[in-house]
Design a protein around this ligand. Structure first.
Ligand code: FMN
Length: 361
């Protein structure tokens, strides 16, 4: 191989990584911009909880404890997948990881895509795991990478964080608004099926803010997926966010993304569609969860765990304490909401019908 060729190759990789770093940093900045928070209904306002004025339990007896992926956690709340693989991500992720360990929350990591082409990138997570050994993680990779890369390489991603499971994120519209004409999702279900067969840890599938329909959920469950995180609309909107990054084609992607501001299903809609499936299978919820009352609504609708992304990113940019404070707020609100519907645990909640739809969804 000529020196010239090697130089060109490393320059190509260096450019690719610097584009990647810039994109990831822009994602963080833009996720805090109110214009990227969905302006359309998350539908939480349409779900009414039945207040119990005679709860017959003590608030101090209410427990949020639950088992996820076979392990005990203090809360059904978890850190939803966010960032990785760039200059600022280590500080942010260490804050999230330490707070998750302190609160005994599960933490899903951000996309580990960079590790597939840059062997140094896995050190970021190895370092975080060694500095916060008690944090329990779930890995994360996009469906596009899963389709393109050998399954064995994808499974190696779980090693750096000793993951309890691996999330595959489905983000067709985000990719469409990120890379015009390049969103390659053909053979996606077959790739998921292959991963489920080969993986020693549970495979989880999530959207990134457009929800999952009942038909898609059924296909995923048949393929062997253990957990479906519906990740519905109503929170961070990845179409609008990618649109705001668009500097090309006279704003083609920016303009087009606004036409999709109401696209997809909220977590509430997805959970209601999948109601019959949630009884037997593990459904998790995320997307627009902004209070512990939103969390209770998801749990009452059949979710077993509830993920929070943007509010924790905002806190992680401030300090370690801010992250713990936000986690405490979510847990306290959920605890009071359980008390308010007269349930002392998530098991007790599952036995009661504590919600109704106010109007139409
Ligand atoms: C800054 C940021 C980065 C994200 N990166 C990823 C990612 O790498 N992989 C993924 O599956 N989801 C990613 N997400 C999506 C979230 O996990 C979540 O599905 C979505 O933001 C909706 O939740 P929210 O309304 O609480 O923000 C990211 C979210 C944020 C805010």
């Amino acid at each position: 191989m000529s020196a010239n060729y090697t130089d060109k190759l490393s320059a190509k990789h260096a450019n690719k990584f610097s584009d990647f770093e810039q994109r990831k940093k822009a994602h963080i900045d833009l996720s805090l911009d109110p214009r990227t928070q969905a302006q359309t209904a998350s539908h939480f306002e349409k779900i009414k909880l039945v207040h119990e004025a005679l709860p017959e339990i003590n608030l101090s007896d209410v427990s949020l404890e639950t088992k996820l992926l076979g392990y005990q956690f203090s809360s059904p709340h978890f850190v939803s997948s966010m960032t990785a693989g760039h200059q600022n991500s280590k500080v942010i992720n260490l804050r999230l990881a330490k707070a998750a360990a302190e609160k005994k929350w599960l933490m899903a990591v951000g996309s580990q895509r960079r590790e597939l082409t840059d062997s140094q990138a896995s050190f970021e997570w190895k370092t975080i795991k060694s500095q916060s050994p008690k944090t329990q993680f779930v890995s994360n990779i996009g469906l596009e990478e899963l389709i393109q890369q050998p399954t064995i390489e994808i499974l190696k991603l779980t090693e750096s964080v000793e993951a309890l499971g691996i999330y595959v994120h489905l983000n067709p519209l985000q990719e469409a608004f990120q890379n015009k004409d390049q969103a390659n999702f053909k053979n996606g279900l077959a790739a998921i099926k292959k991963l489920c067969k080969a993986s020693p840890v549970p495979v989880l599938v999530k959207e990134v803010g457009y929800g999952i329909s009942k038909t898609t959920a059924q296909k995923l469950l048949l393929a062997g997926v253990e957990v479906i995180d519906v990740a519905g609309k109503g929170g961070t909107h990845w179409g609008l966010l990618e649109g705001l990054r668009d500097q090309t084609d006279a704003g083609l992607l920016a303009d087009s993304s606004t036409a999709f501001k109401d696209w997809g299903f909220s977590a509430v809609e997805s959970l209601i569609q999948c109601k019959a499936l949630t009884k037997k299978n593990h459904f998790w919820a995320s997307g627009g969860i902004r209070t512990g009352v939103d969390s209770l609504k998801c749990l009452a609708l059949g979710a077993r765990a509830v993920g929070v992304a943007q509010p924790l990113m905002k806190a992680a940019l401030e300090s370690d304490q801010h992250v713990v404070d936000v986690m405490n707020r979510f847990d306290y609100e959920l605890k009071v909401a359980l008390f308010g519907v007269g349930a002392d645990s998530l098991k007790d909640l599952a036995k009661k019908k504590v919600w109704y739809v106010n109007g139409t969804i």
